[in-house]
Ligand binder design. Sequence first.
Ligand code: SF4
Ligand code: SF4
Ligand code: FES
Length: 293
Amino acid sequence: MIRAIDGDALRTGDGRSRQAAPLVRVRILRQDVAGGESYWERFEVPHEPNMNVISLLQKIAAAARTQDGRRVAPVAWDCSCLEEVCGSCTMLINGRTRMACSALVDKLLEENGGEVELRPMSKFPVVRDLVVDRRRLFRSLERVQAWVPVDDSYDHGPGPRISPEQQQDAYPLSECISCGCCLEACPQFTKIEPVLRDGESDADFEARRRQAFDAAFLGAHAISQAMLFNSHPTGGMIADERMESLTGRGGIQICGNAQNCVAVCPKRIPLTRSIARAGRAATVWAIKKLFDR
Ligand code: SF4
Ligand code: SF4
Ligand code: FES
């Protein structure tokens, strides 16, 4: 599973030999620039107990040499919290979307014949190597206004009380870390990667990108957050605006209910429950709009 270094023994200061650390084989799909060609590179890293994928990447970046000794640019990736909170380290690890900080190397070697394979998420444009542009994920949250609106900063006193049952119901949804795993796994969420046209200004390009995002599927994370904030006594004040977004272009009607999203969510958020609730709310909303005419 893990190959020993060639010659398999190192000599210590007192002349005795000791066993060299076994090597972990890693295959990474790299890309030098946005829109560029991607290519595979192989690396080998001395094995240490309890390594995660981030520690593997740190060693690869520090050595910046391929398996055959060629000097290369350090591999780029995103991470911050290292404890499954910031949501920035999502990548395809052995073909499955997951968080690099919580993916343990020994388990990965077992599931993939002794090699770890790393690829960037496929539903977002690559910036470099394993770093992707996740702006669309955050734009979806803006589209559904995934926040409690506060239009000033003076003290309003205590907010409305929420029963323990309501808290229990809402808490799992509040654990979303905007990692994008649910979007990567969703057949209805497809990649949008506009290219700057000749003579197009940055402002026009940005507006075109925004239009493309706003016409496309919101994704399970945004649907779930819309349900979370609509159920909140203060957040619910703009529930109608959220329902407009949820039932508009790229809304809940695009969801094919394949349920891939719930299977890959690292926080085990009950996304299918949120999607079912959003579907029911959309029906009620459509009937209400019919009678309001
Ligand atoms: S249930 Fe809907 S959001 Fe989830 S993976 Fe399927 S199509 Fe995508
Ligand atoms: S719903 Fe789950 S998979 Fe989707 S962004 Fe939030 S934490 Fe990640
Ligand atoms: S580094 Fe923050 S979730 Fe992995």
